[in-house]
Design a protein around this ligand. Structure first.
Ligand code: CP
Length: 312
């Protein structure tokens, strides 16, 4: 059974192949050329946590591939009557869904689903664990603008502690040869950061010095314990990416953000909307990497994701 549960357990060849397939799908879509179809399967869209970008791009990816989707609303499902996640997954299995896309606030929920569902599961972001398709879309965006990831300095700035985007990107970028830096206040960098690839910097100017890419992260206030930040204003004064702070980075640095943005906090309008910003490309490329993910889990012609080490 093929799943896409995270980046950590993929090897460089699998990531390169997913990015190559994504780039091929993008060319076909923008040039209005034929796209291989997945017309036999139905994929369940299980979003237990809010989403704009990820949900719509999984829908658009399915649309381009001719793949049918079945929506699932957690709030109006029988989970509101106490049904467990495992029993919900088993129910959807016997409703004959062929695969599922899952976002959940609990780390590991898609892995649990993969153990019980019997079909492919794609992780659309779980807790503080991983957001593999976000990292793939980010990598595709960097490669389009910079040619290659090998040797690039990528500074991941902000709330690394709560960020599944930071984790998936740190794994992916390091596997593909980038120098990863984790930059933020001490309270928002994981204390076990040695388990994540990347050097830690608590000072913004040093952390983004000569960076080719500044990847800003959303302050995840909903996941923060009280007292983690003295104030959002103080965070912005020390870590905001703006015209001033961008001067420390490479003159042709890219500014990225996975969204949703806290505009005026993690970055200002100049950084978010200026010529260095790659944010709109990140959004659009999300569609093509999700096409590659669907095609790889549902067909024998996509990328070989068979080694699901995280299920062991
Ligand atoms: N980047 C991201 O996951 O955005 P959404 O929460 O809107 O899907």
């Amino acid at each position: 059974m093929k799943h896409l549960l995270g980046i950590r357990h993929l090897d460089k060849g699998q990531i390169d192949d997913l990015l190559g397939l994504s780039a091929d799908f993008k060319l076909r879509v923008v040039q209005d050329r034929p796209v291989p179809k997945l017309t036999k399967q139905v994929v369940g869209m299980l979003f237990f946590e809010d989403s704009t970008r990820t949900r719509v791009s999984f829908e658009m990816a399915a649309h381009y591939l001719g793949l049918k989707t079945a929506n699932f609303s957690a709030s109006s499902s029988s989970m509101s009557k106490g049904e467990t996640l495992k029993d919900t997954i088993l129910t959807l299995r016997y409703e004959r869904l062929d695969g599922m896309v899952m976002r959940h606030k609990q780390s590991g929920a898609p892995t649990l689903a993969a153990r019980h569902f019997g079909g492919p599961v794609i992780n659309a972001g779980d807790g503080q664990h991983e957001h593999p398709t976000q990292a793939l879309g980010d990598a595709l965006t960097i490669i389009e603008r910079k040619g290659d990831l090998e040797g690039l300095i990528v500074a991941i700035v902000g709330d690394v502690l709560h960020s599944r985007v930071a984790r998936s990107n740190a794994w992916l970028l390091s596997k593909l040869g980038a120098e990863v830096r984790l930059v933020g206040p001490r309270t928002l960098i994981p204390s076990h950061s040695a388990m994540l690839p990347g050097a830690v910097y608590y000072d913004l100017a040093t952390g983004i010095a000569d960076a080719d890419v500044i990847m800003t992260l959303r302050l995840q206030k909903e996941r923060m314990a009280e007292g983690m930040l003295s104030s959002v204003g103080e965070y912005a004064s020390m870590y905001q990416i703006n015209r001033e702070s961008m001067r420390y980075a490479s003159p042709d640095c890219l500014v990225m953000h996975p969204g949703p943005l806290n505009r005026g906090i993690e970055l200002d309008d100049v950084a978010a909307d200026g010529d260095k910003s790659a944010i709109t490309s990140q959004i659009e490329n999300g569609i093509f990497v999700r096409m590659a993910a669907y095609y790889s889990v549902f067909s024998n012609e996509g990328v070989n994701l068979a080694a699901a080490a995280e299920l062991v």
